[in-house]
Design a protein around this ligand. Sequence first.
Ligand SMILES: CC(C)(COP(=O)(O)OP(=O)(O)OC[C@H]1O[C@@H](n2cnc3c(N)ncnc32)[C@H](O)[C@@H]1OP(=O)(O)O)[C@@H](O)C(=O)NCCC(=O)NCCS
Length: 361
Amino acid sequence: MSLLSREQRGRALALMERVMREGAPIAPEYPLCFDERFPGRVLATEEDGRVVSACALLVRDFACGSRSVRVGLIGSVCTAPEARGRGLASALLRRAEEELAGEGCVLAMLWADDARFYEERGWSPIGAEVDFALEPAHEARLPGSAGLRAAAPDDRGAIHRLYTLQRERVERSPQETAALLAAPGMETLVLQRERDVVAYSCLGRGKDFARTIHEWSGSERDVLALVREHMRRARSRGEGGATFLITPATASGLHERLRGLGANWSEGVLAMGKLLQPEGAAALLAELAGPEASISVDGGVGAVVSLTGPSGSVELSAEELLGLLVPARGRRHGIDPVARATGLALSELPLPLFAWGLDSI
Ligand SMILES: CC(C)(COP(=O)(O)OP(=O)(O)OC[C@H]1O[C@@H](n2cnc3c(N)ncnc32)[C@H](O)[C@@H]1OP(=O)(O)O)[C@@H](O)C(=O)NCCC(=O)NCCS
């Protein structure tokens, strides 16, 4: 792992602010990457004492039902305008991938402004979310509730406990959740019943998630009451147009209620991803594919995994393996042919990997 001095980190941050925020601060939006109390870090390339290219890294354990999957997050990839087109970001990205693989990450994930840049470097869309668009006319059809209010700093412990009730999530400490909730540009609401906070929701975050509720927890009815309150507040600020709600693909009860209201929805991808450790991914696939499966890994560059079941074997490239575990939009069209060819049910695939809005970097 390469560690920067405090001065180098300051110069890298200044470059990120210049390229991505027109000079405005970026660190308060991503405390887990830029606050020394937390485990994220910055990678940078320097020329003559100047940082010319930089990115942020954060290793996270994703809880997927009863499983844990280590994922490396990469964010704020940037090169100084005067140094572009020389392969600096490509080289830095490769370094980031190598370091994350060395730290046990099975895959890497990022949220790209320019997907093409990453697709040309072996990344592909992975995972699923279901996004709803609620128009102003839907507000009155959502349930109301007493006890809705803006979150206060001393609600952060209760919010963290509600967060940990989600089956699909990124593991976070209470301190990490508290720091993320203090990020600028976010409206966090809670629903309090008697003395207990029983639900919460977050809308907006820095420059991301405009008009979008990206993290929430609580009963379906309480979450819908929170959505209604965000919409009411937007209306009283004079904001027209839709309010968006991001949900995990597994939240089928909530999806049904929202469809029943007539809300428009679409299936989206979770992020861009790249397999970093074929061995780790093969071990995960072996667990998910059950006792009838056997897997062998042919390590090295362009590693191929072969998966064998009662009816036969298939050879998988790194990209195909990732597409089996966390296919874009959760589609099974890569999984079903493998199930037929091997005679394995593969019913535990895809893996319900999901990150809530506060986890993106
Ligand atoms: C996107 C960005 C990070 C690219 O930085 P960069 O250092 O210019 O990237 P690279 O030089 O590695 O690649 C850029 C192009 O130069 C080309 N190139 C030139 N010489 C090269 C070399 N020696 N090796 C590799 N690529 C080279 C690449 O082919 C690439 O073209 P492509 O995108 O069509 O494949 C930079 O433009 C940037 O900071 N943009 C604004 C911030 C941003 O959008 N970040 C992404 C958000 S997550």
